[in-house]
Design a protein around this ligand. Structure first.
Ligand code: HEM
Length: 280
């Protein structure tokens, strides 16, 4: 101990004086992040609800960062770096699947105590989630009006609605690799959700029938299937956790709740990659 002011003089060689340099909290902006939890109810459990959503949004931010780079790498024909990032995104999604276990510790009475304070706010209005759906090809222009009050967020979604998805880029790569892809599949604009296209299915089928000859495309396809599988688990855990907590009540966002979320389980992001399996 320093005798004058009771400060420890040394601890295992760690730097202890940050008067003039950047610390952990400075670098990470922890003041902003850790002062962004503002429970509105007097209920103890609201903190869990807030932190669960905020951490999900942070992971969504990273997934978007990775997926934008994946799209650029596929466009550039640089597949190995894209594989690395796709694997990372799938693992993030797996982690979010497990995160539902934490939220599932919230009981119906605990949630009921919070619900009146949530107003009409709902994950349905998550622009990052919508952006991720769009970048994966699940386009839906009906989701845009929710964001009109925030023009900068609306513009992000509008741009993403029109941009080729990661999967559209994979299909264009198939075409550039010599597979016969129907021109209307890659030239007709990209604002619609991905639909099963026979020419794309035939191309992937060729890849899967001879993986050794098309290894990079085969690996790309399997990485996409991994990601979609993890995303399906996330949707499933969301709806089952929601049913466990609110039963069949309507959602704060205005939908029928569980029945709406069950419909979303039917979304198929990369239809041909699943369809071809029956044909193999
Ligand atoms: C007690 C916790 C939760 C409940 C009761 C709940 C309930 C719901 C309901 C009922 C919907 C349908 C829209 C609506 O009418 O509100 C919904 C949508 C959604 N929720 Fe949750 N949710 C919970 C936690 C979470 C968490 C932690 C996240 C993570 C970000 C999340 C993300 C979403 C997203 C992204 C949608 C839109 C899904 C789509 O349109 O496909 N939810 N939620």
């Amino acid at each position: 101990m320093d005798s004058k002011d009771n400060k420890p003089a040394e601890w295992h060689g760690a730097k202890l004086d940050f008067a003039g340099s950047m610390s952990y909290g400075d670098y990470l902006g922890l003041d902003q992040i850790l002062s962004a939890q503002h429970p509105l109810s007097p209920n103890h459990n609201e903190m869990l609800f807030i932190v669960q959503h905020q951490t999900s949004e942070l992971w969504l931010k990273l997934m978007l960062h990775e997926m934008q780079a994946v799209r650029a790498q596929i466009r550039a024909g640089e597949l190995p770096p894209a594989f690395k990032m796709l694997a990372r995104v799938a693992r993030i999604m797996d982690q979010l699947v497990h995160a539902w276990d934490v939220l599932a510790t919230m009981t119906p009475p605990e949630y009921t105590a919070i619900r009146p304070y949530l107003g009409a706010s709902s994950g349905f209005q998550s622009y990052q989630y919508r952006e991720l759906e769009f970048i994966l090809g699940n386009k839906n222009a009906n989701m845009l009006p929710v964001h009109e009050k925030r023009p900068e967020l609306h513009a992000i979604l509008e741009r993403e609605l029109h941009a080729p998805s990661v999967y559209d880029e994979a299909v264009m790569l198939l075409a550039r690799s010599g597979f016969a892809i129907a021109p209307e599949r890659i030239e007709g604009g990209f604002t619609q959700p991905t639909r099963c296209d026979e020419s794309v299915k035939a191309a992937w089928l060729e890849v899967y029938k001879d993986p050794e000859h098309h290894w990079a495309l085969y690996e790309l396809a399997e990485k996409l299937v991994d990601l979609e599988t993890s995303f399906r688990f996330w949707r499933f855990r969301h709806v089952t956790t929601v049913e466990r907590i609110i039963g069949f009540k309507t959602g704060t966002g205005g939908t029928a709740g569980v029945s709406y979320l069950r419909k979303m389980l039917d979304v198929v992001l990369f239809p041909e990659l699943f369809a071809l399996r029956t044909a193999l």
